[in-house]
Design a protein around this ligand. Structure first.
Ligand code: FES
Length: 169
C-alpha cells in the first residue's frame, strides 16, 4: 500500500494511505485524547474530544483525528492553543448535564473523563444543563455498575456489547 508523509507537531511521520490522523499520531508516539474511539469498534465520531488542527496555507481547521484520513503533505498540530481551547469547551459541554461533583467524584484516578477534565482545567459549572436523577445500578447484572447520570453518550459501551460481546438485548 502507498505511503503518506505528513507532519505532526513538526515531526515527520510516514503511514499507510487510508490511515487516520489518530493512527498516525499513535505510530509517532503523540498523544491525542479519545472517549468514543476504541480500536476494536467501528468509528462513531460522537465525542469530538480528539480534535486536532489541520493547518493549511494561511488558514487552519479543526478535524476529528479518529475519523479524518491522512493526506500527503498534511500539517497537524495536536496541542495548539486552538486545540486546547476547543477540547476544554467540548468537555465543559459534556459536563453541563453531568453530576456536579465530577472534579471530586469517588472515581478519582479511574475515569478518563475526569482525567481530561483536570488536564484541560475545565470549569464544571460554566454551562448549566439539566442535572439527571436516574436510578443508579438499575441493571441486575452483578458484574456491572451502571450510573446513567454520568453517561456522556459516547456509545462505547453500547457498541462494545453489540459488536464484541454480541450481547445487546
Ligand atoms: S474520539 Fe474522535 S470523536 Fe470521539
Amino acid at each position: 500500500m502507498a505511503k503518506i508523509t505528513l507532519k505532526i507537531n513538526g515531526q515527520e511521520v510516514q503511514v499507510e494511505e487510508g490511515a487516520t490522523i489518530l493512527e498516525a499520531a499513535n505510530q509517532a508516539g503523540v498523544y491525542i485524547p479519545t472517549l468514543c474511539y476504541h480500536p476494536y469498534l467501528p468509528l462513531e465520531e460522537a465525542c469530538r474530544i480528539c480534535v486536532v488542527e489541520d493547518v493549511r496555507r494561511g488558514w487552519s481547521t479543526l478535524v476529528a483525528a479518529c475519523v479524518f484520513p491522512v493526506r500527503e503533505g498534511m500539517v497537524i498540530e495536536t496541542d495548539s492553543e486552538k486545540v486546547q481551547e476547543s477540547r476544554k469547551t467540548i468537555l465543559e459541554l459534556l459536563l453541563s448535564d453531568h453530576p456536579n461533583e465530577c472534579m471530586t467524584c469517588q472515581a478519582t484516578g479511574q475515569c478518563e473523563l475526569q482525567d481530561l477534565a483536570y488536564r484541560y482545567r475545565v470549569r464544571p459549572d460554566i454551562y448549566t444543563g439539566e442535572r439527571h436523577r436516574l436510578p443508579v445500578d438499575s441493571d441486575p447484572n452483578p458484574y456491572l455498575h451502571i450510573d446513567m447520570n454520568k453517561c456522556v453518550l459516547c456509545r462505547r459501551c453500547i457498541r462494545a456489547c453489540h459488536e464484541i460481546q454480541g450481547a445487546d438485548i
